[in-house]
Design a protein around this ligand. Structure first.
Ligand code: OGA
Ligand code: MN
Length: 203
């Protein structure tokens, strides 16, 4: 029994989301920064929003930059996280009788002032994204920096700070959410748990 995994399963079953602090330890987060997990700026691409909208429209919706990860070629410190995510998924499959098969994941950078407006992660024509999973990597982050993940729950909104080592997981088909603008660069690893094998189209 893993108490962290257990609390996540419980949160998902009861509320459709869960927040786990220190999903990665501080040294594990540090290793991602030191080990070049974010590579160079040129590795990152402007994130899109599905259909081909003009850059101007896209910019009004989301301003982040992403780099899709290939599990085999990721730096060792990133693989430590991906391995733990894999174990979590297997645990959730058993605990909640799910049949998740795979996940897709990218490194994410929100430059100062950027945001992602309210949305749902599941695509209209492709419903294979079942769970959204975000690991935050920002040391010494406080309220004053903004950048909260705002989740729109049935009876309230919930704001979550992107603290280093914190994992947030939620149902991709149900929970609308947004990223508020921040006064600092905001780093994370964003992924989706799929009910089929991931396609290699991104890589
Ligand atoms: C996304 C997203 C939330 C966050 O990439 O789809 O909503 O807190 N990210 O980074
Ligand atoms: Mn999202």
């Amino acid at each position: 029994m893993n108490p962290v995994f257990d609390a996540i399963a419980d949160g998902l079953a009861t509320n459709g989301y869960a927040v786990a602090d220190q999903f990665l330890s501080q040294p594990e987060v540090e290793a991602i920064h030191q080990g070049g997990g974010f590579g160079t700026d040129t590795d990152f691409k402007k994130a899109g929003i599905g259909n081909k909208q003009s850059l101007q429209i896209q910019e009004a919706i989301r301003g982040d930059y992403i780099k899709w990860l290939d599990r085999r070629e990721s730096p060792e410190a990133v693989r430590v996280y991906l391995q733990r995510l894999e174990e979590l998924i297997q645990y959730l499959n058993r605990a909640l009788f799910l049949s998740m098969k795979d996940f897709e994941v990218h490194m994410t950078v929100y430059p100062v002032g950027s945001f992602y407006k309210r949305h749902l992660d599941q695509f209209k024509k492709d419903d294979h994204r079942k769970l959204s999973v975000i690991l935050y990597l920002n040391n010494q982050w406080g309220e004053q920096h903004g950048g909260q993940l705002r989740m729109y729950l049935p009876d309230q909104t919930k704001d979550i700070l992107p603290l280093a080592g914190r994992l947030v997981i939620f149902r991709s088909d149900e929970i609308e959410h947004e990223v508020l603008p921040a006064t600092r660069e905001r780093l994370s690893i964003t992924g989706w748990v799929l009910d089929r094998l991931a396609e290699l189209k991104h890589i």
